[in-house]
Design a protein around this ligand. Structure first.
Ligand SMILES: Cc1cc2nc3c(=O)[nH]c(=O)nc-3n(C[C@H](O)[C@H](O)[C@H](O)COP(=O)(O)OP(=O)(O)OC[C@H]3O[C@@H](n4cnc5c(N)ncnc54)[C@H](O)[C@@H]3O)c2cc1C
Length: 408
């Protein structure tokens, strides 16, 4: 088991510098343009693919770093460059993790490479779970998957919403209900291969922030996928459903949900994205405060400004420590006895929201314009307290874990 250390090893330092270079030279200069265009920045994704940043290999290497710090370090650097573009680069990874977590070896080998395509023909993938009436309340999902035994096909019907890359993706990973009587235990995930009839893009959302990332509804009308597109396979699903039905019959004994453990492990990655955005805004504000003069001295000469910067930096470092702790726990198999994954996401996302707002204040009128990046960073930061579980849901998870009570 990897010893815990706060010092990055040489490999990690190299990766961090490499990603920082790409974020500074390629992502940051393109950020304002793609924010205005509100489109997926395909040329930037292609640049990332050419040098190996947009690839399964890169993602897997960070994912399997035995210290757990590979993913948080990578996320922080890319999102330091720009949140919208970075989400376009890592969005496929969210779908790939869905396959890695639940798929068979054959499914992983078949579908994940197709999710990325290659540098000459880049593809993206989408993970579709949320629905118009099932956001925080995942158990009220309505999209149905029904097995057609005669043809060994699954038939999917429903509407997904808020899907990052939804409709423009080649491969879509869709979560659907296979047994409506047992709540979220009756859900299963399916691969919908590229160009499958019946899958279409609904509304594309015009958003407040991360506008360089495509977010849309995905409509599924009698979408037929082969039996082998059920992630994990039918036998495993049948066993899992039988166990869940048995438990439901015997009075629903409370068991630690496997999906919950997965969320605890994935939430620190979102925390790391938030740390990247917060750090970016803090750096702009620090530079500005040192160079902007009023009343004959730099504005940082005033405690009112300097103390804000001190608080901003303290919160960013605290957020990073929580993220690193949770990532290390996930990788080394430590149980999340205090919902440490949720803690890291909660604290880092609220830090990003607050620090980017403070950065606008420190830049005064300039902070309020699109001539400076902190306005965009603040709009982008608003997503972190919403997706992958809102702040309220993180507090609910933490409170329930600490108290072992069904807090509502
Ligand atoms: C830009 C963007 C990208 C996204 N990408 C994806 C994606 O790729 N795939 C995907 O499946 N989903 C995605 N999502 C969906 C995202 O995860 C949901 O928006 C999120 O889970 C919240 O659901 P909701 O929007 O329906 O809000 P709701 O669940 O309706 O919540 C509304 C408000 O009520 C609060 N609330 C709800 N229940 C409780 C409670 N029990 N106690 C206290 N407060 C509560 C919430 O905290 C929130 O403040 C994305 C969303 C956005 C905006």
């Amino acid at each position: 088991m990897a010893e815990f250390t706060l010092e990055l090893n040489d490999d990690q330092k190299q990766v961090k510098e490499w990603l920082h270079g790409f974020a500074a030279d390629v992502i940051r200069p393109a950020a304002a343009e793609w924010d205005e265009r509100e489109e997926t920045p395909w040329p930037v994704i292609q640049e990332a693919a050419k040098i190996g940043i947009y690839s399964l290999d890169f993602y897997a290497q960070q994912f399997f770093d035995p210290t757990g710090l590979g993913i948080p370090v990578a996320m922080e650097e890319l999102f330091w460059g720009d949140a919208g573009i970075a989400l376009s680069i890592v969005g496929t990874g969210l779908a790939a993790v869905g396959v890695l977590a639940n798929g068979t070896e054959e499914q992983i080998g078949t579908w994940i490479p197709q999710m990325y395509g290659d540098a000459d023909d880049v593809k993206v993938a989408a993970f579709c779970s949320s629905e118009p009436d099932a956001g925080s309340d995942v158990a009220s999902m309505r999209t149905r998957a029904v097995y057609d035994e005669a043809k060994d096909e699954w038939v999917l019907n429903g509407t997904k919403t808020w899907a990052t890359n939804g409709g423009i993706a080649g491969v879509h990973v869709v979560v659907a209900v296979v047994d409506p009587d047992i709540g979220s235990k009756g859900h299963a995930s399916f691969i919908v291969p590229p160009n499958t009839p019946g899958l279409s893009q609904g509304q594309k959302f015009k958003k407040h922030g991360i506008r360089a990332s495509h977010t849309a509804e995905v409509v599924l009308e009698d979408v037929r996928v082969p039996g082998h597109c059920l992630l994990g396979g039918k036998e495993k699903l049948d066993e899992r459903l039988a166990r869940a039905r048995e438990r439901a019959k015997s009075g629903g004994e409370r068991v630690k949900n496997a999906a919950m453990a997965t969320f605890e492990a994935s939430r620190p990655a979102v925390g790391a994205m938030a740390v990247g955005t917060a750090r970016a805004a803090y750096e702009v504000a620090l530079d500005y405060a040192k160079t902007r003069s009023q009343f004959g001295r730099p504005i940082i000469d005033n405690q009112g400004i300097a103390f804000q910067l001190a608080d901003m930096r303290t919160r960013i470092d605290a957020a990073r420590l929580l993220v690193w702790r949770a990532s290390w726990m996930a990788t080394t198999g430590k149980p999340f006895t205090s919902a440490e994954g949720s803690m890291s996401k909660l604290y880092a996302s609220e830090t990003a929201r607050d620090v980017t707002a403070q950065a606008i204040q420190i830049l005064g009128g300039n902070g309020f314009t699109r001539e400076y990046p902190v306005e965009r960073m603040h709009r982008d930061a608003a997503i972190y307290t919403i997706f992958e579980g809102t702040s309220e849901i993180q507090r609910l998870v933490i409170a329930r874990t600490l108290s072992d009570m069904p807090i509502r």
